[in-house]
Design a protein around this ligand. Structure first.
Ligand code: WTA
Length: 658
């Protein structure tokens, strides 16, 4: 598309109506909104019929003790049975569950539902042999390989809540999570492929477990065949996956668990230093994922679905694993990066596998825009029907480019707003019903009550902005923060009485449609990944050279936001008042080691002082002005109003030297 067409489209304040053929055959029609409005509990009861229950619930919602919800009370079911076995029993065993594509070209595997059932049963038997029982926690630290899904389902089958730790996190982050949920087993791999080379995982596990003496066993998938090196294998503790799983029996009877039995814990960054373990339970979560996946992607039997995200994030949990499998979908799962071995890899995958539904994050769309439209244009993308966006606000330019260049101008874009905590899509167009506007997630899904409120918690009028809250419980909502009910209440339910506070700012346009404006707390969104400013500050301060640190997320054209840090060094790290050489790189690497490469600050500025209020609170707003190279805002509440001038002088002096 020419630059001119693009800007024409942008300036028209576009609104895209659902395509007529899609609207005519849509899974969900407009009356769903009214139906849910009349009785949202009854609406979610109907949605729950998508699942197979061992015992039906006797009460759909128990909200007697808010904010602690129970859904489908008295019901029992097995999540893995719902995701796998029942499809085989219904005659769909030959259907492909995953077209798995490894990063090295030609390294691919198709796994049918029947095959998946066999391996999940084998893995469940192997875990049982390792002593895993209902309620035990299992940590999973894996690359994007089929065994990751198998491991999760085997845990679910046994009622052992899993905690998947993103493979890009550091050993320190893994250690903290293993300790917090007291996992006794870790499932990992020797490594995975990233950017054309094997990337090791097992050494990070070994390092993490030095401080986790309660972990009994590590189950290790051989993916890359790397040499594990001296001390890289601990005989009594480490077990090869192929030794434990491949020979295990394929018979395993799933036990039905209570609707509220814990399914998994997923850690996410909050406003304080320590990541929070978000707890999801079995039935409500599965109903929420299954229904939204079916409704938002207007899922049909012959669709081929691809969520291009990592299983280590909630998007992977809900829309690579639980939602699609509960619906018996054929999915594509890709191990590697979009530019390996060439920048057309995604489009080649879509062409080869005739993908109909694509789901990814705006940050990667912006990267593709930068690489140029001529790359996707070399491939046949005509099978795509609906394309989705998740993880951060999608800017109108990226939306239009996505719709036009990737979707050929035909495909609705579903901009889905949700969170680790919500478990499922909450705000999104329904592609056969709701129009789309570039930049807006449009409106709450049927059965979800999203409201934009002002400081006092009153709903704002169309045309105004405020905070996004959810006013009624929903099935896939988090149940608590693992081991910390009080923090759960405090974090989400205390800002506005009786409402779930999401932490996002939002505005309503004149039509009453919702536009997400990003976080209003100390959480950053970098390339669609959630990072906490405080967590990165703690990591910086844990370095012996750092006395104090302040971190802000500054707007960034590629990654949405970028991590910018301001640090005050200790005397010992200064020579004649000047920072010691190489310190900035060292600090960046230190953060990467403490949290993971995604948290590495893009820029670190050494300063002599930080702007603080009289009560000692760092004024991040002013630092953001500096990071975004703007005129510095109001400084009247600073304890020392000259601090900002000193910081600016410091930057000027620093740039002279360059
Ligand atoms: C942001 C990812 C705007 C938001 C599923 C939220 C979005 C946080 C969107 C949750 C969207 C997610 N538009 N912002 N469509 N989707 N966000 O827990 O700030 O990793 O609070 O879950 O991402 O991030 P999380």
């Amino acid at each position: 598309m020419s630059q001119e067409t693009l800007s024409n489209l942008l300036h028209e304040n576009r609104r895209f109506e659902p395509p007529a053929d899609l609207a005519a055959n849509a899974n969900v029609k407009a009356d769903a909104y009214d139906e849910a409005e009349r009785d949202y509990v009854a609406f979610w009861e109907k949605a729950a019929e998508r699942l197979t229950w061992e015992t039906k619930w006797d009460r759909a919602l128990d909200w007697d003790d808010p904010p602690f919800a129970k859904w489908y009370v008295g019901g029992t079911l097995n999540a893995a049975y719902n995701c796998v076995d029942r499809h085989v029993e219904n005659g769909n065993g030959d259907r492909v569950a995953y077209h798995w594509i490894g990063e090295p070209e030609g390294d691919s595997r198709d796994i049918t539902y029947a095959e998946l059932k066999d391996i999940v049963c084998q893995a469940a038997n192997a875990l049982t042999d390792l002593g895993v029982k209902k309620g035990d926690r299992v940590a999973i630290y894996m690359p994007m390989i089929p065994e990751t899904v198998v491991a999760m389902l085997a845990c679910a089958r046994l009622g052992a809540p899993h905690t998947v730790v993103f493979g890009g996190f550091s050993s320190t982050a893994l250690r903290d999570r293993v300790q917090d949920c007291d996992a006794r087993i870790v499932i990992t791999a020797d490594g995975g492929y990233r950017r054309g080379a094997p990337a090791a995982l097992k050494p990070a596990v070994d390092e993490a477990l030095e401080s986790c003496p309660d972990v009994r066993n590590v189950l290790v998938v051989r993916r890359t065949g790397q040499d594990l090196g001296e001390g890289g294998w601990t005989d009594v503790r480490d077990v090869w996956w192929h030794d434990a799983v491949d020979g295990a029996s394929k018979d395993h009877t799933p036990e039905a668990f209570d609707s509220e039995h814990p399914l998994y814990v997923m850690y996410t960054s909050g406003t304080t230093g320590k990541p929070k373990g978000i707890l999801h339970t079995t039935a409500g979560y599965l109903v929420g994922c299954a229904w939204t996946h079916w409704a938002v992607f207007d899922l049909k039997d012959d669709d081929v679905f691809w969520t291009a995200a990592d299983i280590g994030w909630v998007t992977g949990h809900s829309y690579i694993v639980y939602g699609p499998l509960a619906n018996g979908t054929t999915s594509v799962m890709y191990e590697g990066t979009p530019d390996t071995p060439h920048k057309g890899r995604w489009w080649e995958i879509i062409q080869d596998y005739k993908i109909t539904l694509l789901y990814c994050a705006p940050t990667v769309i912006r990267t593709f825009m930068k690489w140029g439209a001529d790359i996707p244009q070399k491939f046949d993308l005509s099978t795509l029907r609906i394309i989705g966006s998740v993880g951060e606000p999608i800017n109108p330019e990226a939306y239009i480019w996505y719709r036009e260049t990737i979707g050929g101008g035909r495909t609705p874009v579903v901009d889905t707003w949700w969170q680790t905590e919500t478990g499922m899509h909450m705000i999104s167009p329904l592609p056969g019903v709701t129009a789309g506007k570039p930049g807006s997630a449009m409106k709450a899904l049927p059965g979800v009550s999203a409201v934009v409120v002002d400081d006092e918690g009153n709903a704002v009028k169309p045309g105004s902005g405020g905070y996004l809250v959810i006013t009624e419980p929903w099935p896939a909502m988090l149940r608590t923060i693992w081991g910390d009910d009080e923090r759960y209440r405090e974090t989400y339910w205390s800002r506005f009485e009786g409402m779930y506070f999401a932490g996002d700012g939002a505005k309503l346009d004149e039509d009453g449609d919702i536009w997400l404006l990003g976080r209003v707390d100390d959480v950053m969104n970098v390339s669609g990944h959630r990072l906490s400013t405080t967590e990165i500050e703690s990591a910086l301060v844990s370095h012996p050279s750092v006395a104090e640190a302040a971190v802000v997320g500054a707007n960034d054209a590629d990654t949405g936001q970028a991590v910018n840090a301001f640090v005050i060094l200790r005397e010992s790290a200064l020579t004649d008042g000047e920072p010691e050489e190489g310190i900035v790189d060292e600090l960046r690497n230190h953060v990467s080691k403490e949290i993971g490469p995604i948290a590495k600050p893009k820029a670190i500025l050494v300063v002599a002082e930080l702007p603080k209020t009289r009560s000692g609170k760092i004024m991040r707003r002013l630092l953001r002005d500096i990071a975004e190279k703007r005129e510095v805002g109001d400084v009247t509440t600073l304890a020392d109003s000259t601090v900002m001038d000193k910081i600016k002088e410091g930057i000027a002096a620093g740039s002279d030297e360059d």
